[in-house]
Write a protein that binds this ligand. Structure first.
Ligand SMILES: CC(C)(COP(=O)(O)OP(=O)(O)OC[C@H]1O[C@@H](n2cnc3c(N)ncnc32)[C@H](O)[C@@H]1OP(=O)(O)O)[C@@H](O)C(=O)NCCC(=O)NCCS
Length: 203
C-alpha cells in the first residue's frame, strides 16, 4: 500500500481515528476475540457459518479496522459462494458478507459503515457481481441491500426472510438466480491447516 492509499483509508469520526487494512494472519487471534465479544458464542451456529466453515475468505476481501494505537476495532470478510443457478441453469457466483463486527465500546462511531463501504468498493473493483448477507435491513439498506434480490434463493439453514439481503454490484447479476446458496471458497492448504497462524490470508 502506498502513502496515498494509506491516507485515503484513514478515517476520523469524532474522537475515534481508525485505518482499514487487508487482514493478515497476525490479526486472526484478535479478530476471533473481537467476534466473541461483539456477537457471542451463538455466532458459530449461524446458517452463514455453513458457507464459511473450512474455507478462506475471497482473495483480497478480508479487512480489519485498527485504531491509532494498533488495537483491532472492527472486522469484515467476504466469501466466495454460488447463489444457485440463473434462468438458463448456469451457476451464479456471488459473495457472502459477514461477519461484520465492531468493538462493542466503540459502536456508533462510523467504523461499521467504513468497513462496509470499503468492502463493497473493493468487491466491485475486483469484478464481483453481487454480495449477499443475513442482517438487519434497517442497517444494510443504507448500502443498497434489499430483500427482493434473494426472493428465489435459500440459505443452507434457517434464516429470517426479511434479513436475507443482496446488493448487485453489476446490474442484473442476480436476475433469475434461484436455489440454495453453497460454498465456493478456497480451502486452506494442508500446510496452512497445520500452522493456522501463517499463510492463512494474503494481503
Ligand atoms: C452492527 C455493527 C457492525 C454496526 O457498527 P457501528 O460501527 O456501531 O455502526 P456505525 O457507527 O457505522 O453506524 C451507526 C448507525 O447504524 C445504526 N445501527 C447500528 N446497528 C444497527 C442495527 N442492528 N439495526 C439498525 N441500525 C443499526 C445506528 O443506529 C446508527 O444509525 P445512524 O447513523 O442513523 O445514527 C455493530 O453494532 C456490531 O458490531 N454489532 C454486533 C455484531 C453484529 O450484530 N453484526 C452485524 C451482524 S448482522
Amino acid at each position: 500500500m502506498n502513502a496515498l492509499d494509506f491516507n485515503q483509508n484513514l478515517h476520523v469520526q469524532g474522537a475515534q481515528a481508525y485505518t482499514i487494512r487487508n487482514e493478515t494472519a497476525q490479526d486472526e487471534a484478535a479478530r476471533e476475540a473481537l467476534l466473541d465479544r461483539a456477537m457471542g458464542e451463538g455466532r458459530r451456529r449461524k446458517s452463514s457459518e455453513k458457507l464459511r466453515r473450512g474455507r478462506l475468505p475471497s482473495e483480497g476481501l478480508a479487512f480489519v479496522a485498527r485504531g491509532d494505537g494498533g488495537m483491532l476495532l472492527g472486522s469484515v470478510r467476504l466469501w466466495d459462494i454460488q447463489a444457485g443457478h440463473d434462468a438458463a441453469g448456469k451457476p451464479v457466483r456471488a459473495l457472502l458478507l459477514g461477519p461484520l463486527a465492531v468493538e462493542p465500546a466503540l459502536k456508533g462511531h462510523g467504523i461499521g459503515v467504513g468497513l462496509m463501504r470499503h468492502g463493497i468498493s473493493e468487491a466491485a473493483r475486483l469484478g464481483h457481481g453481487a454480495i449477499i448477507l443475513v442482517g438487519d435491513p434497517e442497517y444494510y439498506e443504507r448500502f443498497g441491500f434489499e430483500g427482493e434480490k434473494t426472493a428465489l434463493l435459500a440459505m443452507p439453514g434457517p434464516v429470517e426472510r426479511r434479513r436475507f439481503l443482496a446488493l448487485e454490484l453489476k446490474p442484473g447479476h442476480l436476475a433469475g438466480a434461484h436455489g440454495l446458496l453453497s460454498p465456493r471458497g478456497r480451502k486452506p492448504s494442508r500446510a496452512t491447516q497445520a500452522a493456522p497462524v501463517s499463510l492463512r490470508f494474503s494481503m
